[in-house]
Design a protein around this ligand. Structure first.
Ligand code: ZN
Ligand code: ZN
Length: 232
């Protein structure tokens, strides 16, 4: 377990007040959206039509009577079908418009007849979360909003299996033990989720580790600005 300490660069000596206000406003919305998904306050609707087509639901508002919402917040909900497309509705409106995603959080039965496993999802998350610096230090708010489709699926898995990446050996890939990279990825994000579920402010600030830096740290930003402690 890595121990964390507050980053000594904060509070910044020079603070941009306009930037600080914009950061605060943006992070507040992203936090609410993230909390909605984290706590299962969301509904899903089948997005009809082929993936390459537009759907009859596209362009319709969340409250349109043509959209049938389901309170499916766990992956093992029988109404959810692998590889189908879904639209997400949360009480907090996403300023970027509705989130639509393809359900890949676990493999189908033909791939893993012995139990839930998440080979493709693990590979996808590995690429998304490890290669983008915003996610490296635990930018849960980025995951919650910028890649809401992945975060919903991480939570569907977490709420069903207690981990974002369930693994059952001897799936179609023939893997007998969970690859160490996936185990590390799952451990890291399971812990970030566990902390955020216990305390909504125990989340790394989304600006703490980006080049722009957080301009409200020490001046009202309620989130964490931590770095790993140096080994003694
Ligand atoms: Zn597999
Ligand atoms: Zn901050």
């Amino acid at each position: 377990m890595v121990s964390l300490v507050p980053n000594p660069i904060y509070p910044l000596k020079k603070c941009d007040l306009v930037l600080a206000k914009n950061q605060g406003d943006l992070q507040r919305i992203m936090h609410q959206l993230t909390m909605d998904i984290l706590h299962g306050r969301f509904e899903l609707a089948h997005r009809a039509g082929w993936w390459f087509d537009s759907s009859p639901l596209d362009g319709k508002g969340d409250d349109d009577p043509d959209i049938e919402w389901m309170d499916a917040t766990k992956r093992h909900d029988q109404r959810l079908r692998n590889m189908d497309r879904y639209r997400l509705r949360t009480p907090t409106k996403n300023p970027n418009g509705p989130t639509v995603f393809k359900l890949i959080s676990t493999e189908g039965n033909e791939h893993s007849p012995n139990g839930a496993t998440s080979c493709s999802f693990a590979m996808t998350l590995e690429l998304t979360l490890e290669d983008d610096e915003r996610y490296r230090e635990g930018g849960l708010h980025y995951v919650g909003c910028a890649t809401g489709g992945y975060f919903v699926q991480m939570m569907l898995n977490y709420r069903s299996y207690g981990t974002i990446l369930p693994f059952t050996p001897n799936c179609h890939c023939g893997t007998t033990t969970i690859p160490p990279k996936w185990a590390a990825l799952a451990a890291k994000w399971d812990s970030i989720i566990r902390r955020a579920l216990a305390d909504e402010y125990d989340i790394q600030c989304m600006f703490a580790d980006v080049p722009l830096k957080c301009h409200t740290a020490g001046r009202g930003c309620p989130f964490k600005h931590d770095i790993p402690a140096k080994k003694k």
